[in-house]
Design a protein around this ligand. Structure first.
Ligand code: NAD
Length: 324
């Protein structure tokens, strides 16, 4: 049955995190109910409080809790975002495996047992290797998943998830699709291997100095509101959107880290930013030449916060707005 146009009960795992809180806000703005499952819920900002948003404190590591919550709220669709990010995953490999691998399997299994209509799962561009492993070619939705070598636990978890998604679809008919975000930037980013953008953009917006390393490294940046909107687009797209692909690159604005500093300086000319530049070509071996053809052509989703200056302007406005 097509999902567009219906009022849905949507479970968002990791729902109070950076991306999840925006997904929740978009869901209720478009008439859906959002149930946020999070083991360490953060308070939602004033714009996200609504009687259509419920928070459940629970861990995806406990299958019975995930099943209980799905049944209690008659969940139709799951947006699965809960996870441990790159950097933390490498520092805590066993915990990362419990959350990113076993926790994800619990979500898939609970969806199967409860006949959930669709799961939209957070993958990442780290399923791909670094740019030079692909020669001079752009990295498309069909490029081989070589994995980011300096983030082995994180990238292996995402590749495992994508392959398990295929098995659940083929063997059990569970519709699992997903998004591979580039580096997500936006107010509230607290952790992860790519949290440098928070310091680089938020500190100047708050009148504080910023210092970043790896100024010459290339990155692919995507604004958080675009990522949340893309997750929602996949949650309600017609099934025909998934005939050719089930996992979609968000793509992003490709730039050097020092270009981000320049874009911030354009908005805040007096900002105190120091950027260290060396021989580095990337951050953590993450790719940057990410193409978003399938998301645009097959799902019909186009990023709004591009070029980079547009997203940075929105980010600075959001930080200054929150400060009041
Ligand atoms: N931020 C990025 O740059 C980026 C890029 C690509 C993919 N992703 C993926 O998107 C998803 C969301 O990322 P984010 O940036 O919003 O991260 P985040 O850290 O802001 O949010 C993750 C949320 O998951 C929750 N969580 C962690 N372990 C849990 C568990 N066992 N049970 C229930 N909840 C748990 C956390 O409390 C947190 O609120 C993740 O799967 C991440 O791998 C993020």
């Amino acid at each position: 049955m097509p999902l567009e146009g219906l009022r849905m009960n949507v479970l968002v795992t990791g729902g109070t995190g950076l991306i999840g809180s925006r997904v929740a806000r978009l869901l209720v703005a478009t008439g859906h109910r959002a149930v946020l499952l999070d083991n360490a819920p953060r308070p939602l900002d004033a714009g996200s409080t609504s009687s259509s948003i419920v928070t459940e404190r629970a861990s995806i590591e406990a299958l019975h809790d995930v099943i209980r919550i799905i049944k209690a709220h008659a969940i139709d669709v799951i947006v699965h975002l809960a996870g441990m990010l790159g950097g933390s995953s490498e520092a805590n490999p066993l915990t990362a495996s419990h959350i990113n691998v076993v926790g994800t399997m619990n979500v898939f299994e609970a969806a199967r047992l409860c006949a959930v209509r669709r799961i939209v799962s957070a993958s990442s561009m780290v399923v791909f290797g670094s740019d030079d492993e692909y020669g001079t070619l752009p990295i498309t939705d069909d490029s081989p998943r070589l994995g980011a070598k300096r983030a082995p636990m994180y990238s292996a978890g995402k590749i495992y998830m994508e392959m398990a998604a295929e098995l659940y679809r083929e063997r059990y008919g569970v519709m699992v699709v997903g998004l591979r975000p580039s580096i997500v930037y936006g107010a509230g980013r607290e952790s992860g291997a790519t949290a440098f953008a928070s310091e680089l953009i938020e500190n100047p917006a708050l009148g504080k100095p910023a210092h970043v390393a790896s100024g010459n490294a290339y990155v692919s940046m995507v604004y958080v509101d675009d990522v949340a909107a893309a997750f929602c687009a996949l949650a309600f797209a017609p099934e025909t959107a998934f005939e050719r692909h089930r996992f979609f690159n968000t793509g992003g604005d490709r730039c050097r880290i020092r270009d981000i500093a320049d874009a911030v300086m354009n908005v805040i000319p007096g900002a105190s930013i120091t950027v260290e530049c060396g021989e580095e070509r990337d951050v953590m071996g993450y790719p940057s030449r990410i193409a978003d053809n399938a998301l645009r052509e097959e799902v019909g989703f186009t990023r709004r916060y591009t070029p980079l200056a547009t997203g940075i302007g929105a980010y600075i406005d959001a930080v200054r707005g929150a400060r009041g």
